[in-house]
Design a protein. Structure first.
Lengths: 275, 263
């Protein structure tokens, strides 16, 4: 190989500052998008090749799923009760309180449960991943993996993103169930509706497409939370401030992208429904 | 007799690490401006320099954590920046890197910190063999009793030792130490210096030791390379390197070793 040896003049000459193409802000945004796209591409490349670190994926599924259960249980249950309480007066005005189970089930399965689960996971899991990887980055733990011939992207990013992708849909189904349980308790208390009647009325109003689209949506939300949080953590700048920023940016950007995805996916589902 | 390093020349075929004409900039800041350095087998080379002079950058380029702007680095005769991922990992398994702040995995205890790289890099080791390797590595650094401790429960010196044990567990042929005594008291620093020498003696490793601690340099160096203004200004034995009238090198020495009488 040819050895590249700069002359003394080359080595000591000051480097010209690269001018902004449009403006520093726009340039930074474009560079960020490009970095993000490279990160995404790398995820798919690394995820397809061995080793798969199955044990670490299971561990992360436990961290994401099991540890989020209390919060999802509480939020789902309260959402079910509150939504039922808020909907009752409107339906009662038309003497249609018997529609409550159907209304609640549709609202929970189609929209509330996926969105509530995704937002809770973005807050809890996203910040956790962003802070953990950010902290590992600034304390050189990621570099320590690299020099030990361990691929940190595969071990940290791929495993966590797969875990969130798998666990958010699972938590969404659980959240729907808990929300319906909360709603049932309220409906049973007020109208004396039996469980069998509640479930029959509820499930009569949803189709396979409703459940399937919500599960698909949750897969997308889970992937979004995982990949954005890992990206922010993996690219944390040095210092404790960098860790805080990474955790914060993980949550904010995940939520922002989830809302955009929700809007797009609802349009697509409605289009399929009318097709 | 201290030598001024020769200008960039051909790669030394006998050197385990050979660095030629290495340059690296960060934005407008030129950190390395043409570094030449060879490390021979079982030799400890100490790279001395001021804070921010690019010492750590140098060894990060050696293991491929950073990519140089120009110049060449060969490790075991392989051009580092040309290696594919698989070959780079193969090279890294033969090189141990001790980080300035130890970089222990803080979610794992000491045993898991040592087991993790071993499990990831060796196939077919029984549980007993893994335990033996961990015990050997911990005994080598004098911390056999700290298996279940978390990194947060260790002192600075202990963390350095565990960091070194974690690299020793893969039985490296080259050790790269980044500021091994930074932030430690003189007694603990002395123990780390002894440990570096023991590692060289017992494992026959070649080492680059990055430091600005002249006591560390004097105790561990077979050769000292003085890095100033992005270049190796002088290289040779400790005494030869400091046998100069260059005020920059003299002030570096005097700060550490000259007793300042009170006025």
């Amino acid at each position: 190989m040819e050895t590249i040896t700069p002359t003394a003049a080359e080595a000591t000459a000051p480097k010209p500052r690269r001018p902004s193409v449009i403006s520093p802000g726009v340039d930074a945004f474009a560079i960020g998008m490009s970095d993000g796209a490279s990160f995404l591409k790398r995820f798919f490349v690394e995820a397809l090749w061995r080793p798969f670190h199955v044990r670490e994926i299971i561990k992360q599924c436990y961290e994401v799923g099991y540890r989020s259960l209390p919060l999802i249980t509480l939020t789902g249950f309260v959402t079910g009760i509150v939504f039922t309480k808020q909907s009752r007066p409107s339906l009662a005005a038309f003497g249609a309180t018997s529609w409550l189970p159907g209304l609640i089930t549709i609202a929970l399965v189609r929209s509330l449960a996926p969105l509530v689960t995704a937002l809770i996971c973005a807050g809890k899991v996203g910040s956790n991943i962003g802070a953990e990887l950010g902290s590992m980055k600034v304390t050189e733990q990621i570099e320590a993996m690299e020099v030990s011939a361990i691929n940190p992207f595969k071990y940290l990013v791929v495993t966590r993103t797969i875990a969130t992708t798998l666990m958010v849909p699972t938590l969404m189904l659980y959240c729907s169930f808990v929300g319906m349980a909360g709603s049932y308790l309220n409906v049973h208390g007020k109208e004396g509706t039996s469980l069998a009647k509640f479930l029959k009325a509820g499930f009569a109003n949803i189709s396979f497409l409703d459940v399937e689209s919500s599960v698909t949506k949750s897969f997308v939300f889970g992937f979004t939370i995982g990949i954005i949080s890992c990206y922010k953590g993996f690219n944390a700048t040095s210092g404790t401030q960098g860790v805080g920023k990474a955790a914060n940016a993980s949550v904010v950007m995940s939520m922002f992208v989830i809302f955009i995805e929700e809007m797009l996916i609802v349009q697509i589902i409605n289009w399929i429904r009318n097709w | 007799m201290a030598l001024n390093p020769p200008p960039s020349a051909e790669v030394d075929p006998n050197a385990v690490i050979s660095i030629r004409g290495l340059t690296k900039s960060f934005g407008d800041l030129d950190v390395l401006r043409g570094v030449d350095l060879d490390v021979q087998k079982a030799e400890n080379v100490v790279v001395l320099g001021r804070s921010g002079s690019g010492k750590s950058v140098l060894i990060k380029i050696v293991v491929g954590l950073l990519v140089q702007d120009a110049g060449d680095v060969t490790v075991f005769g392989q051009h580092v920046h040309q290696l594919k991922r698989k070959d780079l990992d193969g090279m890294r398994r033969r090189v141990g890197f001790s980080f300035q702040h130890s970089a222990l995995y803080d979610s794992m205890n000491v045993e898991q910190n040592l087991e993790f790289p071993l499990r990831m890099n060796t196939k077919g080791l029984s549980q007993g063999e893994v335990r033996d390797r961990i015990r050997d590595a911990l005994e080598a650094v004098g911390l056999a009793g700290s298996l279940k401790q978390m990194p947060s429960e260790l002192s600075g010196g202990q963390r350095k030792r565990i960091g070194i044990a974690r690299t020793l567990i893969l039985r490296p042929e080259i050790m790269l130490y980044d500021e091994p005594t930074a932030g430690l008291d003189p007694i603990t620093s002395g123990e780390i210096n002894d440990l570096i020498n023991q590692v060289q003696e017992n494992y026959h490793t070649s080492s680059i030791i990055i430091t600005h601690d002249l006591t560390c340099a004097r105790h561990t160096a077979d050769r000292v390379a003085m890095l100033l203004d992005g270049r190796v200004l002088r290289i040779g034995s400790f005494d030869d390197v400091f046998d100069t009238d260059d005020p920059r090198i003299k002030s570096f020495h005097d700060y550490n070793f000259t007793r300042r009488d009170s006025p």
